[in-house]
Design a protein around this ligand. Structure first.
Ligand code: GCU
Length: 429
């Protein structure tokens, strides 16, 4: 059966499966247990971090190691020099409004091995290197915009009857299918470029998908599974973002010191982890990233660690499974993931109806990351109360809760562009 038919037939079944939620979910604020958050500014031995030097020299590496060991696993350094091949440059794209580039990045010396297609749009007639938003996409590059010149991606789709996954060239009918999530014209008009790649190019998102992605490239002889503290799929996707940045650094039309990471949902978890590890990223945006992303896990509101590990066993490192139903024992929480990005700007956003991702938990992670920004001399907003729906708060840290469902919308992007204007306008960095 052709991919287009498969999608048409099974889309409703897939949507229903995605909506089904485990029975043991708490959506009652009065049932959120009392908890104590680990203090990002206390060393493991109980001593307080005195200044920025101690933060960067000792405490930050300590926290990074905790995330590597217990949550995401370690990401390896690339072993080979990455080869990038530019397939296309069109200086007259989108009716003359943009420069479009399509690049393949090979992750190994084997040209048939895993490789990532990067799609780049830059504002036409820019007079100097432009800042860029970089984010992975869920459905292939061609799905982010109806532009007929975007190459149709090879995407992974599941046949739910046979439970098997196949990789196929996406049907023409999916061109622009996710365009509402990528307001490209607006981004360009505001003076930013956009770079994106299909996350399935780095590793397909299903249990067992690892063998088609980059992780096996780093196995030792005889190794077939990552060790308990080695990377999961989110680690692999984050690693892929850093490889995209390696490429962006070679493009003279781009200012690689002004690259803002952006990600929605599981890709928001990915954006945070990528920015936490790779300090070359100038800014990070987490849109509805929820559990395992920006939401405080100790609240046990909406999705919890055991839900994640049961439904997506390939996302995190194996050690993370030790914390199923034991969130208080985890030596870190989401505020520390954000703190790892300090003093770089971070925007966390929620959607009111997205209770699964715990909007209040996402807000509180920002609140509890703020002391690290203060220590580093960065202005952070007064964060006593969660702001009302549709009223962003913005400083070096930013937060909003938008009306509506789990999604990334034009409203969300408008705030991220405002935030980028504050922090990435030329001369600021
Ligand atoms: C599921 C999952 C979330 C994730 C989301 C997404 O709902 O439970 O953790 O963020 O998918 O990526 O859309």
């Amino acid at each position: 059966m052709r991919a287009s038919h498969l999608l048409a037939v099974f889309a409703p079944i897939l949507a229903a499966a995605a909506a089904a939620q485990p029975a043991d979910v708490n959506y009652d604020e009065t049932k959120v247990p009392k908890f104590v958050l680990p203090d990002p500014l206390l060393f493991a031995d109980g001593r307080r971090v005195a200044d920025g030097k101690e933060w960067f020299g000792k405490r930050r590496p300590e926290i990074l190691r905790l995330f590597e060991t217990w949550v995401h696993g370690r990401c390896p350094a690339p072993r080979v020099r990455l080869r990038a091949q530019t397939l296309e440059t069109d200086r007259n794209a989108l009716g003359g409004r943009a420069v479009r580039k399509q690049i393949v990045i090979f992750f190994s010396n084997d040209p048939t091995g895993p490789r990532m297609h990067l799609l780049v749009y830059l504002p036409a007639r820019a007079t100097r290197p432009v800042p860029v938003f970089l984010g992975l996409n869920f459905r292939g590059n061609h799905a982010i915009h109806p532009d007929p010149a975007i190459r149709l991606a090879e995407v992974w789709i599941q046949d739910p009857r046979q439970k098997t996954w196949i990789k196929q060239t996406a049907p023409e009918t999916t061109r622009g299918a996710n365009a509402s999530r990528w307001p490209l014209e607006r981004i360009l008009q505001r003076g930013y470029g956009l770079a994106t790649a299909y996350y399935g190019d780095i590793e397909p998102d299903f249990e067992g998908g690892m063998r088609y992605g980059v992780r096996p490239l780093f196995f030792r002889r005889g190794q077939t599974e990552p060790a308990d503290d080695e990377w999961g799929a989110i680690g692999a996707w984050a690693w892929g973002l850093s490889r995209a940045l390696d490429y962006l650094e070679t493009d003279r039309e781009i200012d690689a010191r002004r690259v803002a990471l952006i990600g929605h949902s599981r890709l928001g978890k990915t954006a945070l982890w990528a920015a936490a590890q790779d300090t070359r990223f100038a800014m990070a945006v987490s849109n509805d990233s929820g559990e395992g992303g920006a939401a405080i896990t100790r609240r046990r509101f909406g999705e919890q660690i055991h839900h994640l590990n049961a439904r997506f066993p390939h996302w995190f490192c194996r050690n993370f499974r030790k914390f199923d139903h034991r969130e208080d024992d985890l030596p870190v929480d989401a505020h520390m993931l954000i703190a790892l990005i300090a003093p770089r700007p971070v925007y966390v956003a929620s959607a009111e109806e997205d209770r699964w991702a715990d909007p209040r938990g996402e807000f509180l992670a920002v609140v509890h990351a703020a002391p690290v920004y203060r220590l580093l001399g960065r202005p952070v907003p007064e964060l006593a109360e969660m702001p009302p729906v549709g009223k962003p708060i913005m400083d070096t840290l930013a937060y909003h809760v938008r009306a509506g469902k789990h999604d990334i919308t034009a409203y969300d992007w408008e705030q991220y562009l405002n935030f980028a204007d504050r922090h990435l306008k030329a001369g600021r960095r």
